[in-house]
Design a binder for this molecule. Structure first.
Ligand code: FES
Length: 168
């Protein structure tokens, strides 16, 4: 068995390299984590947000449902309030429509145009939509209102992220 001696110079070299590497890793890790953290975060877009709307109370008359959630944009977190128009269709299925007009993004209201009752109405440029969110030909919007995916939990309505009708 051969004895291998470590010189004082080698010992110092190994020790300093080890300590230096340890310190460098300690400084670099937070920087790397800071740089890639938003990328590693799970996409929260698919989450469902609780609303205060009881599913049992939803009728065939659209009601405005506001719901608030925290939104994280990279490192900036803010509280966002969204709105949906919610009702049950003839088959008793829940319909949750985005109130954002597909023309230029104004907010549509239910049944506020006296000349066209039973429709969603956008006051900005007189855009109109059928109750099911379908845009009415001859008015400015060129697409139907976006649709919220939804689910029921503990009797309350939960809403996801509004999507164009084709994707919903
Ligand atoms: S923004 Fe709604 S009709 Fe123009």
């Amino acid at each position: 068995m051969s004895k291998q001696r470590v010189s004082r110079r080698q010992f110092l070299s190994y020790t300093l390299t080890g300590v230096g590497g340890f310190m460098a890793a300690g400084m670099l890790m937070p920087m790397v984590r800071f740089a890639v953290d938003p990328v590693l975060k799970a996409d929260e877009g698919g989450d469902f947000i609780a609303t205060k709307q009881k599913v049992a109370d939803i009728t065939d008359e659209p009601v405005r449902v506001d719901f608030t959630f925290k939104q994280k944009d990279a490192w900036y977190e803010s509280e966002v309030t969204n709105t949906a128009w919610v009702y049950k269709d003839d088959a008793g299925k829940i319909v949750a429509l985005s109130p954002t007009c597909k023309h230029l993004g104004c907010t549509v209201n239910w049944n506020t145009d006296k000349e066209h009752p039973g429709q969603f109405f956008c006051p900005c440029h007189y855009g109109r939509y059928e109750k099911n969110g379908q845009n009415i030909a001859g008015t400015p919007p060129l697409a139907p209102l976006d649709v919220y995916p939804f689910k029921e939990k503990d009797g309350f309505l939960y809403l996801g992220k509004a999507k164009p009708r084709k994707e919903a």
